[in-house]
Design a protein around this ligand. Sequence first.
Ligand SMILES: Nc1ncnc2c1ncn2[C@@H]1O[C@H](COP(=O)(O)OP(=O)(O)O)[C@@H](O)[C@H]1O
Ligand SMILES: [Mg+2]
Length: 250
Amino acid sequence: MGYTIAVAGKGGTGKTTIAALIVRLLKEKKVGSILAVDADPNNNLAETLGLEVKETIGSILDEVSLHPEKIPSGMSKDRFIEYQVQTSITEGDGFDVLAMGRPEGPGCYCYVNNLLRNITGKLIKDYDYIVIDNEAGFEHLSRRTTRACDALVVVSDATPVGLKAAGRISDLVKELNIKSKKNLLLINYSGEIIEKERLKKLGLDYIGNIPKDPRISEISLNGSSLMALKDDAVSLSSLRALGDYIWREN
Ligand SMILES: Nc1ncnc2c1ncn2[C@@H]1O[C@H](COP(=O)(O)OP(=O)(O)O)[C@@H](O)[C@H]1O
Ligand SMILES: [Mg+2]
């Protein structure tokens, strides 16, 4: 069974960046096979990892509804879609990527979510590590794209508003009975260590900070991938030091 890490948080907190850095560090540790799941319909995790994704679950669904004749006789539509999705997984250097995307057709959003959940559930057996970059906010949790994970990493800035949002995510995870073995809080863009007092009610284990990294800003400005980040970049070294909290079993 693969070890699943789900990254969640408010929009713009740095989820995709952190998910990509986690993938990069897992690759560096040579932990085995890694699947990066882009569960944000505005997918950009693959890009952040330096990969171009040609097909997404959304685009496959559109294609099948436009061309139902492509479903081989004797194969159910669901089975066909599942097969197509599995073959759409993009192979990168040391990791694979599965992207959810956004279907054009109306009313199939829940269907995409269900598919993503079922397929990820099956793929868990084929990979040693699965890193899920979730959609911003709370909706995806309600739709239960993530049903269970080994580590939930909630990313937040250090502001009171940001921390309140992180706390709401933590509450929702409990309310929805999402099975998560560890609920972690990671502060991004800031080196400011937050006092325990401010975190009391969050229900998350605060593991540390990723400071604002000028090299990330540079990379995102010139459109290259986080794979080009130097090994000693401050963001990468900070996350490397916190890694055991995230990817260790206990
Ligand atoms: N620690 C950091 N230092 C500098 N820039 C960062 C850092 N974390 C994220 N960013 C930048 O902030 C922006 C938003 O980050 P992103 O990971 O896309 O957030 P989200 O996925 O939560 O919407 C991106 O341009 C990203 O490059
Ligand atoms: Mg994102």
